[in-house]
Design a protein around this ligand. Structure first.
Ligand SMILES: [Zn+2]
Length: 299
């Protein structure tokens, strides 16, 4: 195995540890300081989109910033990555083309919110499109990649189904994590009912669900709620009306069951939720109205 591939695989191992430490959303400084390999510190990300550490022969990673105009970089189930600039022969683009030719796996860092990235790997380039200045890519299962001894056999037609499926699930996961990070940041990491401030206990509740045509995963269709208030909201124990007031369902209000029920649910009746500091992040009133109607109409 050549050094380039050894470092590449060491980077994957290191990343999988970091992903579990940081629950999949990695801070930029961790990626920038990187890992130690053969006594040298190797970064895995750089300010440029396409990154080749100097210890390696070919690019190791590509990055999309959270401010990227190409937010939805998927086309017909494939990941799309734009060239650097408009010159197909730019050094970085040529490097990535070599990665494609050699069927090398790379890492795709997808910016979620400023300074935070999701790492997707192993990603394989499966198409070069100079006509629209982009590469097409798929994600694969790391276990499958390790099973393959000979790199040349890493890509075969029989792998296409698996890769298409994995790429699709990664797309969903990236959207969900992006939604969560944005909503929790907007609410300064606190439950909008009980103010609990531990991110591990918080969810980004989606007001209009994904299945609905208007159920987009954007901040104004979300509310930061702790696990219990999320479940209470989804199961319509509580409703939040378009004036941001919490309404507790009548039978729950009438239920007598000690201090937990009182403090966890009943006491919030007719109180306002805690809104994000920025008005542009407040829940959309139409979204709240859509959900509140269901709450009010339930038996
Ligand atoms: Zn709560």
């Amino acid at each position: 195995m050549d050094d380039d591939l050894k470092i590449r695989l060491a980077a994957f191992d290191w990343l999988s540890k970091q992903a579990s430490i940081f629950d999949e959303v990695l801070p930029r400084d961790v990626l920038q300081s990187g890992f130690i390999y053969a006594g040298k510190r190797i970064a895995v990300i750089s300010p440029q989109g396409i990154f080749k550490p100097k210890e390696m022969q070919f690019p190791l990673s590509i990055t999309t910033s959270p401010e990227s105009p190409y937010e939805d970089s998927y086309e017909e189930g494939l990941l799309v990555y734009r060239y650097r600039g408009t010159d197909p022969e730019h050094r970085d683009n040529a490097g990535l083309r070599e990665v494609y030719r050699r069927k090398l796996p790379i890492i795709y860092f997808k910016g979620i919110v400023p300074g935070k990235y999701m790492a997707i790997w192993p990603v394989f380039i499966i198409g070069d499109h100079p006509e629209d200045l982009s590469f097409r890519m798929v994600v694969d299962d790391i276990a499958e990649f390790h099973k393959v001894k000979e790199l040349s056999s890493a890509i075969s037609d029989t792998d296409i189904g698996r890769r298409t499926y994995i790429t699709a699930t990664v797309k969903v996961r990236v959207h969900q994590r992006g939604f969560r990070e944005k909503v929790l940041d907007a609410y300064q990491s606190q439950c909008s009912l009980c103010r609990i401030r531990h991110r591990e206990l918080l969810d980004a509740a989606q007001i209009i669900p994904d299945e609905h045509p208007e159920g987009e995963p954007k901040i104004t269709n979300g509310i930061a709620l702790c696990k219990i208030h999320h479940a209470a909201f989804d199961n319509m124990f509580i409703g939040i009306n378009p004036d941001y007031k919490i309404m507790v369902r009548k039978d729950i209000l009438e239920e007598e069951d000690g201090p937990m029920l009182l403090h966890v649910l009943k006491e919030f009746h007719d109180k306002s939720i805690i809104l994000p500091p920025k008005i542009i992040h407040w829940p959309n009133k139409d979204c709240l109205n859509w959900k509140y109607k269901q709450f009010a109409e339930q038996k």
